[in-house]
Each structure stands twice: as C-alpha cells, then as structure tokens.
Design a protein around this ligand. Structure first.
Ligand SMILES: C[S@@+](CC[C@H](N)C(=O)[O-])C[C@H]1O[C@@H](n2cnc3c(N)ncnc32)[C@H](O)[C@@H]1O
Length: 290
C-alpha cells in the first residue's frame, strides 16, 4: 500500500516531536529525503505533485524514524555529516563534527591562508573534519592529522579516501607528540589546530545522542577540570610550532581562563580567548614565542 508524502511527513514530525527530538521537522525532512534519495528541497515539489511512497520506502523510513525516536543520532542514520564545504562519512565509533568546530576550523584556515605553503597540524582529528577542511580550502597547505582511537582512525582514513584528500594521517597519541609521532615536524609547524576531548568529569552531557553515541574518548578531557588532554596538546603545540606559529584549540565555554593558563609567557605570546558567534568563550589562541 502506498502513502502520500504529505501525510508521511506530518506523521514523521509528530512521531519525532513526541519522542523529544530537538528538531523534529528538520530531522523528518532529512530522513524522508534520505530514503527517497533526493535533496531536501526536492521534497516540497514532490508534496505538490502528490508523490506516493512505495511499500519499500515506507518500511525503510519507519525503521529510521524508530531509531531516531530512540535518539540514535541523525548523522548515524544518514551516514553523513556536513562540515564547512564537505560531506563527511560518520557512524558509530567516531565523534560527529559540530557546527562550532566549523568556526574554529575557520580561524585556523584564515590564519594559514596568508602564508605561503603552510604546514598545518590537526591534533585529535576524529573523522578528519578539521584537517580535511584545511586541505580543501588551502590548496597549498601540507596538512598532517593525528588520532588515537582506532575506530576514529578508520573513519578518518575512509574520509581521506572518499574525498581524495592529501591529508597525512598519523595514528597515535597527540599528547606530547612532538617527542615521538611528529618528532620530524618539531619547530616547523605554522598552525596547530585541535578540538581535543575537554568535558570535565562532572559535566556529563544530557543529550542521549552525545551521552550514548559519541565515543567516550572523544568527550572527557581528564583531570578535575577536563583539561588534562588539552594540556598535553598544548605541550605538543609548543614543541611543534615554529617561532610565531599559532595554536588554535577549541574548549568548553567555561574553560576560557583555564585554557589561557596553559599558555603562559615566556613560551607563549598574544594569548587570548576567542568567542564564538553566540558570544561564548570557544577557543584558545596563542602564538609560540620566538
Ligand atoms: C572532540 S573529538 C573531535 C574530533 C574532531 N576533531 C572534530 O572536531 O570533529 C576529540 C577526538 O580526539 C581523540 N583523542 C582523544 N584523546 C586523544 C589523544 N590522546 N591523542 C589523539 N587523539 C585523541 C578522540 O578519539 C576524538 O576523536
């Protein structure tokens, strides 16, 4: 039995709304478009034309809506996440790139864009989001990415291959990686960018999509303040950056002062906290002293 698209969409929005999904209309549209294999904007045309879903389409959609009602992340259901100009492959085992990180990547891209043949390092790369965006938007840059968690390394590798990107992926620990994994780049890097795990131990995320589906290794930064891994990332950046090179590191909105305290003189200059578009402290910026 076929069902009209218009009533399918209305039913999907109601179902997701009753399940407490934060953006039921957007999610319903994305899932229906995914099942039909069309762009979202095509849906309104099909509604006007009175499109009927086949039995197979209805049943696949019902399965996806059921999972989304149980708060499985939308991006796990569609298998992709948008990040700046890219569509990235994502799924269980990798952190879903966030909108605020698009902005952090933009800060690094802008800084590197004024340099000739910049060398840029993305520590804690996850799906490869920041590194892939850097390589995409800075054709002359050499981009090296580090990730510790084996499932995330696989996702990053998949994305590098799917996009045909030149990002060089180095699996391993970003903490003090200037002494081991990236020893060959010590003192030569123009920009180090990182979105490390930084959530403090007492700030467990409440959204089921994050709490139950993002990898634990991607969330908690360690220590009382969540800054243990970020501290190791800053130490790595101090060893990797050339004099005048820039560190851009994302952190939680409550970690502005804590972040700045990691980059004190004389090793660091021009230390400041950058606010995001919503006015929240979002990233630590600091230059390696000469
Ligand atoms: C918050 S996620 C960010 C991922 C990606 N940069 C993004 O913005 O979407 C942090 C990532 O750091 C990785 N990670 C955690 N500890 C690490 C370490 N010591 N060395 C390298 N990567 C690490 C996690 O596995 C996870 O993929």
């Amino acid at each position: 039995m076929s069902i009209e698209l218009k009533s399918v969409l209305a039913g999907a929005v109601t179902l997701l709304s009753e399940a407490g999904v934060p953006s039921p209309s957007a999610d319903a549209n994305i899932l229906v478009a995914h099942v039909l294999g069309v762009e979202r904007r095509e849906l309104s045309r099909r509604v006007i034309l009175g499109y009927q879903l086949s039995a197979d389409e209805s049943s696949r959609l019902a399965g996806l809506l059921d999972q989304r009602s149980k708060r499985v992340p939308l991006q796990h259901l569609t298998g992709s996440a948008g990040f700046r100009r890219l569509d990235l492959l994502v799924g269980p085992g990798v952190f879903i790139p966030r909108v605020e990180t698009e902005w952090v990547a933009g800060v690094a891209i802008e800084a590197a864009s004024v340099l000739r043949d910049p060398l840029v390092v993305d520590l804690c790369t996850g799906s490869g989001a920041i590194a892939l965006a850097l390589a995409d938007e800075l054709p002359a840059a050499r981009v090296v990415a580090v990730e510790l968690d084996p499932p995330a390394v696989q996702w990053a590798q998949r994305n590098i291959e799917a996009l045909g990107s030149r990002v060089e992926l180095r699996p391993g620990d970003a903490v003090r990686c200037h002494e081991h994994l990236l020893a060959d780049l010590a003192g030569a890097v123009d920009v180090v960018v990182a979105n490390p795990p930084y959530i403090p131990p007492d700030a467990e995320p409440t959204e089921p999509e994050v709490r139950d589906h993002d990898p634990v290794l991607a969330l908690y930064g360690g220590g009382d303040d969540g800054l243990a891994i970020p501290r190791g990332v800053v130490e790595a950046a101090a060893g990797l950056l050339r004099p005048g090179g820039l560190l851009v590191m994302e952190h939680a909105d409550v970690q502005g002062a804590g972040g700045r305290a990691l980059t004190s003189p004389p090793e660091w200059i021009d230390v400041h906290t950058q606010r995001d578009l919503t006015g929240r402290d979002r990233a630590l910026l600091a230059r390696r002293a000469g």
